[in-house]
Design a protein. Structure first.
Length: 172
């Protein structure tokens, strides 16, 4: 049975993106905190984006790809509930972080990014929107891929479909 919104208590707004808003929430069943992306289900492209994201993230079991806790829909909105990460999006964190990373730290960080990509590709998922705003850091400072709304799933062989799809945001 799919969860419904009454299972979660909204705690506070964390931010917003192109498709919707993200809130800190508490699951009443396990009492843990999560991040929930809430999207108005008023336009078909929004629904498609959220559906793609959910399909991709259901496949993952990697510390370098954000985990999907629950997904559900009401008459007016679609919601994806994600594991909560302690860090910030890289587009904010890196320019504002005063600590400089040395060569070894950068190599480890890039290696972790590559492991996330490897995991996606092993699951037949291609992200298609990789940039700093779509990556976060976890509590240990490792990168985590997020926001799979532009991703393609079912890509199992080289050139088996990604290059034949139009990708990106409508009107973007």
């Amino acid at each position: 049975m799919l969860p419904d919104f009454s299972r979660f208590d909204l705690v506070k707004r964390l931010g917003s993106g192109y498709c919707g808003e993200v809130y800190l929430c508490r699951d009443k069943q396990d009492q843990k905190l999560y991040a929930v992306k809430i999207l108005k289900a008023d336009e078909e492209w929004r629904q498609t984006t959220m559906w793609k994201e959910m399909q991709a993230q259901e496949l993952f079991n990697s510390p370098f790809c954000i985990g999907l806790h629950a997904s559900f829909r009401t008459n007016t909105m679609m919601c994806n509930v994600y594991e909560l990460k302690a860090g910030k999006a890289l587009d904010w964190d890196w320019p504002h972080n005063k600590k400089r990373k040395d060569d070894f730290q950068l190599k480890v960080f890039c290696g972790a990014m590559a492991l996330g990509i490897k995991h996606m590709h092993e699951k037949g998922v291609v992200h298609l929107d990789g940039h700093p705003a779509n990556m976060m850091t976890d509590e240990k400072g490792y990168p985590v891929w997020i926001d799979f709304g532009c991703s393609q799933t079912g890509i199992t062989k080289p050139n088996s479909g990604c290059n034949t799809h139009v990708v990106g945001w409508p009107g973007g």
